[in-house]
Write a protein that binds this ligand. Structure first.
Ligand code: ATP
Length: 368
């Protein structure tokens, strides 16, 4: 069966510097050969530190920017080969929800106008039925229909994200890209929005690409996870598999950086040593080698391929077979899974008091 979305070999380099004659002299390798699939009705989480290329992948998938190379197929059709009318139809099928709903909602429009706009644009509902559909959409995201007359500034952050979700749903999409949809929200309402997204997925058979730097949130929502580092995917697996047996040293470091809810709990956070590389000048060979505790000579010269095992767990690391099992390096006070189960219950905890790096960030120290 064909996946809803198939992304293959996607590349996007941005010009970072030009000579005085206007010729490009430096490029940011934002996305450099990314491949993944998303099944209908399922969630793929794209995780990684800030600047690893998650948002650029999202914009490429939605064809908001053109790739330098690679293909994106939606329901088997190459988006690069669509004519204007087909691209318009695709824009209905695939929607985007942003981190900051306030910035994405027009402050001068009422909620009714905001939700009616896509209905009119895609000629989905006759004008006489629009009010009814707006009320239906509000109920779908847990808001009262009487809110339709209000403006975005009259709502809380969580309510505004519900309005943004309702607007995305107005066109009955098959895929929604959620770009850090709960990062800007209060911890107390993050779980409400995540539960809403899951509930809507079950009811409407939606597929999500869930972009996040926060693995604790990802555990709660994803079916599959793709871990990105400097424009490439280094590991991809089912969510349970990735959390229980992360293979790539970068995934292990990211997982160990999830804050533990109990301040006194023993934890063994992996603090990486070495130079923090940039997408402007990524390291040769494996892009993680400057920070990898298991680096060998081969890693400095040869790019590791993303290779899948028979269970569909893919890793791009020359040393996958030789590394110690994650249990021996991650927690010092018990198995990984129970620790993470507690995190799920308490996800959304901040990085306060857990080290210098933020949530989802790997702490990197210069090598002595
Ligand atoms: N239009 C652009 N022009 C030049 N460089 C860009 C552009 N857009 C993104 N970049 C660069 O590409 C790299 C990847 O950026 P991207 O926003 O995709 O990462 P991200 O993982 O989504 O990070 P964040 O979580 O901080 O948004 C970064 O180095 C960024 O500075």
């Amino acid at each position: 069966m064909t996946a809803l979305l198939e992304v293959e070999g996607l590349v996007k380099h941005f010009v970072a510097e030009r000579s005085i004659f206007g010729r490009p002299t430096a490029h940011v390798k934002a996305v450099d050969g990314v491949s993944f699939t998303v099944e209908a009705g399922k969630t793929l989480a794209l995780v990684g530190e800030s600047g690893c290329g998650k948002s650029t992948v999202s914009r490429l998938v939605l064809r908001l920017i053109e790739p330098d190379a690679g293909t994106v197929r939606f329901e088997g059709r190459d988006l690069g080969a669509l004519n204007a009318e087909q691209l318009r139809a695709f824009r209905r099928d695939a929607q985007l929800i942003f981190q900051d709903p306030y910035a994405s909602l027009n402050p001068r429009m009422t909620v009714a106008q905001i939700l009616a706009e896509p209905l009119a644009l895609h000629a989905l509902v006759p004008s006489a039925r629009r009010r009814e559909r707006v009320e239906e959409l509000l109920r779908l995201v847990g808001l009262e229909p009487r809110f339709a007359r209000r403006y975005p500034h009259e709502f809380s952050g969580g309510q505004r994200q519900r309005i943004a979700i309702a607007r995305a749903l107005a066109v009955e999409p098959k895929l929604i890209i959620c770009d850090e949809p709960v990062s800007a929200l209060d911890v107390s309402i993050r779980s409400q929005i995540l539960n809403l997204l899951r509930d809507l997925q079950d009811r409407l058979k939606l597929a999500y690409i869930f972009v996040s730097h926060d693995l604790a949130v990802v555990k709660h929502i994803a079916d599959r996870v793709a871990v990105m580092n400097l424009g490439t995917i280094v590991e991809t697996a089912d969510v349970q598999t990735l959390f229980a047996t992360p293979r790539h040293p970068y995934s292990r470091a990211l997982l160990s950086a999830i804050p533990v809810p109990k301040p006194r709990a023993k934890r063994s956070r992996i603090v990486l040593e070495g130079e923090l590389p940039s997408a402007l000048n990524p390291p040769q060979g494996c892009r993680f080698h400057t920070r990898c505790p298991y680096v060998i000579a081969r890693c400095r010269t040869e790019v590791p391929q993303l290779l899948a095992d028979s269970a569909g767990h893919s890793t791009a690391c020359h040393r996958t077979a030789e590394l110690p099992p994650p249990e021996s390096i991650v927690p010092s006070d018990g198995a990984l899974s129970p620790v993470l189960e507690k995190l799920v219950a308490a996800f959304g905890v901040t990085a306060e008091g857990t080290g210098r790096a933020g949530v989802g960030q790997v702490e990197t120290m210069p090598r002595a």
